[in-house]
Design a protein around this ligand. Structure first.
Ligand code: GLN
Length: 250
């Protein structure tokens, strides 16, 4: 099956090799006989709500975020409509911030957001940097750990009742205080975790592919054939070990 991916602002938001997430999705789809068709969506490009099965947006410095924020908000309705129709989303760090109500940067300027996620972000005086370990439960009764790397000045405050991506085991997470990291709305997830995230967390890559395939087929998310993920498991162990060594929440 063809999985249509809309990659938002790849020239601007690709910090810490976040583009590697697309490479992982393409490879894991191909190993199951599917094709990932990736379309770049840049400044001034139309975004058709029904045009994609998965949308992806990476991270960036405040400067790049400010360059694309007005254009992103001009796409806010088709993005929200796409998610309401069951399109999957992966948003990382700067992209995650701008899919909320907005991000007030270090210089005090407010970058408007696409209002998909129920949160808002304000830059703090210090940066939250280091390896992170989370506990996630995207499907009831199927908990998974998630390991990655964070580097952000933004403190993201979830609205009451908003669903986080996971609980922080080690690291700062959304704001360094709530104990939560990321946000989820339907098949859309946002996170501060770079790395890139997906090579060391193959379960999440497969979860996203399964959600995107469900949107493409109009059916339920399929169970994907397991892959030989020894290298991915080792990458996770290294990242999780660094997060544990950092100490902190637990
Ligand atoms: N510029 C934003 C911040 O500092 C996002 C950084 C990022 O994408 N790594 O919080």
């Amino acid at each position: 099956m063809k999985i249509r991916v809309g990659h938002l602002y790849p020239e601007y938001l690709n910090i810490y090799a976040d583009r590697g997430n697309i490479a992982v999705l393409a490879r894991r789809a191909a190993l199951r006989g599917h094709e990932l068709a990736v379309e770049s969506i840049g400044l001034g490009d139309e975004l058709e709500p029904g045009g994609h099965d998965l949308l992806y947006i990476g991270g960036g410095q405040d400067r790049e975020q400010a360059l694309i924020a007005p254009d992103l908000t001009s796409k806010d309705e088709p993005i929200r409509e796409a998610v309401a129709r069951g399109v999957a989303v992966l948003a990382v760090c700067g992209g995650y911030q701008l899919l909320g109500r907005g991000y007030r940067g270090r210089d005090g300027s407010l970058m408007p957001g696409a209002c998909l996620f129920p949160h808002e972000t304000r830059a703090g005086e210090t940066r939250m940097i280091g390896d992170v370990l989370l506990e996630c439960e995207l499907e009831p009764g199927a908990p998974h750990p998630l390991a990655g790397f964070e580097n952000h000045a933004g403190r993201t405050l979830l609205d009451p009742g908003a669903e986080p991506l996971g609980q922080v085991v080690f690291g700062f997470g959304n704001d360094g205080e709530s104990g939560f990291e990321g946000c989820r709305v339907g098949r859309a997830i946002g996170t501060y975790l770079h790395g890139p995230l997906l090579p060391r967390n193959p379960w999440l890559a497969d979860w996203l592919l399964s959600q995107a395939l469900a949107h493409a087929s109009g059916g339920d998310p399929p169970e994907l054939d397991p892959l030989p993920d020894e290298l991915e498991a080792e990458a996770y162990r290294v990242a999780a070990g660094r997060a544990r060594a950092r100490g902190g929440r637990r």
